[in-house]
Structures are given as C-alpha cells and as structure tokens.
Design a protein around this ligand. Structure first.
Ligand code: UDP
Ligand code: MG
Length: 311
C-alpha cells in the first residue's frame, strides 16, 4: 500500500488540534486503500499542544511529532516535516481547518488518475480580508510577478499534496531564508491548481499581523528576485545622464550668454532628493547583504527538543 504523510505545523493550537485530528482520522478511514502518517510539528508552543500530541501518539502509532526547542516559524516547521516524512506522498496542512482534511481524498485521486506531481489549493477571492489587506495582497502578487522569474499563483496556500520526488527536491533546497511559495514553484513539477474558498479558522487566532506579513513579503522578494539591485543600478545610470546633460546646459549658458544659474533652494532640494535615493538603494543592498550574511552562517533551520522516539 502507498503511504501519505500529513505534515502539520502547530503553534499554540490546543483548541484546533483535537478537531483536526478527529477529522483527519475520518478521512483516513474513508481512504482505507492507503496508509497514513500524521506528522505534527510543535513549533515551540507554550500551551497544551505537545501534551495533546503525546496523547495522540500513545493511542495511535500513525501519529508522530517533532517538538522544537522554541518558536522557529511555520517555514521551519514545514521543512522539518517534509525532511522527516516517510510517505510516498506528502501533504502540508494547517491545523486550524482552513485546509479541509476532506480535500486530501480528492487530491490523491487527481494525482493518481491525472498524472500530476502535485495538487495545490489557491483562493481566488479573499472576501474575509480587510480592504487594506486585500489591496496589499493584490499589489504584492502583481509586483512579484513582474519582478521575479519564478511564477507564483495569486492566493496560493501552502496546502498541497506532493509526490516523493517533489518533496525530495524541496528538501534539497536547504536555504536559511525560506519562502516556500517560491520554493514550491522553483522546483517545478506538474502542479494542478484547485480554486477553493478558504473557510474561517475553526478556533484560536491567526499568528499573522501586518508587520509579519510585510516581512514575509520582503523575504519572498529578496529570496526570489534580484531585480531591485539591477533597478538601483539603472536608476543610478539614469541620474548620471541627467546630471551630465544639466552640466553641459549650465556650461553653455554661462559661456555663451554669461548667465550663471542661480538658486540655492533648488540645489538643496536636489541634494536631498539624491541623498534620499542613495540611502534607499543602500538599504536595498543592505537587505540582500543581510540575507546573504544569515545564509553564510549556516545556522540550523530548527532545533529539536524531542520527538516521539524520545518517549
Ligand atoms: N504556525 C506555526 N508556527 C508559527 C505560526 C504558525 O507552525 O510560528 C502554524 C499554525 O499553527 C497553523 C499554520 O501554521 O497550523 C498557519 O498559521 P495561521 O493559521 O496563523 O496562518 P493563516 O492561516 O492565517 O495564514
Ligand atoms: Mg490559518
């Protein structure tokens, strides 16, 4: 029998976890033609998440868990899960039921029948988002599409079922600054996209806020595009050209009409504008440099405190 690993990153999810476990068990009963492995990643939770996982594990040997020494973020959780999964197919799911376990049946069906390596979900309409978040999300996808050569589906979720080959390809990408949406797309493979309206969280609350989302977006940009660096060079050249033309105009004006250009205020404005631009692009370079710095350090993506094998 083939085996499906369900990788579930959890961070303070004591409320959602039992609901999710019950649902995924129902799904596994319906899919009695495959084996299952439920691999929960406790991302340094401070509530009863780990305790619940231990309970599940003592009743149900399909349940495995990896508990981190602190909160490392969902990206690290997903990586740890993919790395230690053993299934022929691997699904990544949120524990809050926003990725309905039922969908796994359909996804597995499609992978088996239609010769895909991956089936993934995306949401085309975000009715539940605030207007501001909707606006920024739309802008972001348009922006990253222009900037990066790696294509990203707008509204893509992390929820997907992947073949072992694809999982191995993802695990082979050991970069420290992880932006999975880009990585999934970078490794290629045939992916079927299903439009699915994401339901609301079943319990608990989201760990995202505007600042975290913004940082994540920047991470995605730096990780999958070097266009901002090229852009800064191009703008630099453009300003040099403008300055060159302006110098010639001033020289000619002074020599031919003996009319030196006056104007302190305009000069002050130009200097301020240009130094602002320089600092801005210095910041852009700094962003790339800081990512390279973290990459060079080769710190581990996560640190394990305990797993089911330590019990
Ligand atoms: N999560 C995690 N570590 C974190 C934040 C979130 O493992 O630092 C997990 C969380 O428990 C959930 C999933 O990642 O299973 C998605 O989180 P959330 O629901 O907050 O994000 P959203 O669905 O709003 O994008
Ligand atoms: Mg969620």
């Amino acid at each position: 029998m083939e085996k499906i690993s369900i990788v579930v990153p959890c961070y303070n999810e004591e409320e959602s976890l039992p609901i999710f476990y019950e649902e995924i068990c129902k799904v596994s009963k319906k899919m009695n033609y495959v084996d299952f492995e439920f691999l929960f990643i406790d991302d340094g939770s401070s509530d009863k998440t780990l305790k619940l996982l231990k309970e599940f594990n003592s009743k149900d040997k399909r349940v495995r868990y990896i508990s981190f020494s602190r909160n490392f973020g969902k990206e690290a959780g997903m990586y740890a899960g993919l790395e230690s999964s053993t299934g022929d197919f691997v699904a990544i799911m949120d524990v809050d039921m926003q990725d309905p376990p039922e969908m796994v049946i359909k996804m597995y069906d499609i992978i088996k029948k239609e010769d895909y390596d991956c089936v993934a979900l995306y949401t085309s309409s975000h009715d539940d988002y605030s207007i501001i978040r909707k606006f920024f999300t739309n802008c972001w996808y348009k922006f990253i599409d222009k900037l990066s050569s790696v294509k990203q589906v707008a509204g893509a979720r992390d929820f997907r079922l992947m073949s072992r080959k694809m999982v191995d390809a993802i695990v082979s990408m050991k970069e420290y600054n992880r932006y999975s949406k880009g990585i999934f797309s970078f490794v290629g493979f045939k992916t079927k996209w299903i439009d699915y309206k994401t339901p609301a969280r079943v319990a608990g609350k989201t760990k995202w806020n505007f600042i975290k989302l913004f940082k994540y977006a920047m991470e995605g940009m730096v990780a999958f595009s070097t266009t901002p660096l090229v852009l800064s060079a191009l703008i630099g050249i453009l300003f040099c050209l403008i300055a060159f033309v302006a110098i010639i105009v001033i020289i000619v004006k002074t020599l031919v009409w003996s009319d030196p250009v006056s104007g302190w205020p305009s000069l002050a404005c130009i200097i301020m504008f240009l130094s602002g631009l320089q600092l801005f692009f210095l910041g852009v370079i700094g962003m790339y440099l800081s990512k390279a710095y973290l990459e060079v350090k080769q710190r581990p993506l996560y640190i394990i405190k305990e797993t089911e094998k330590d019990k």
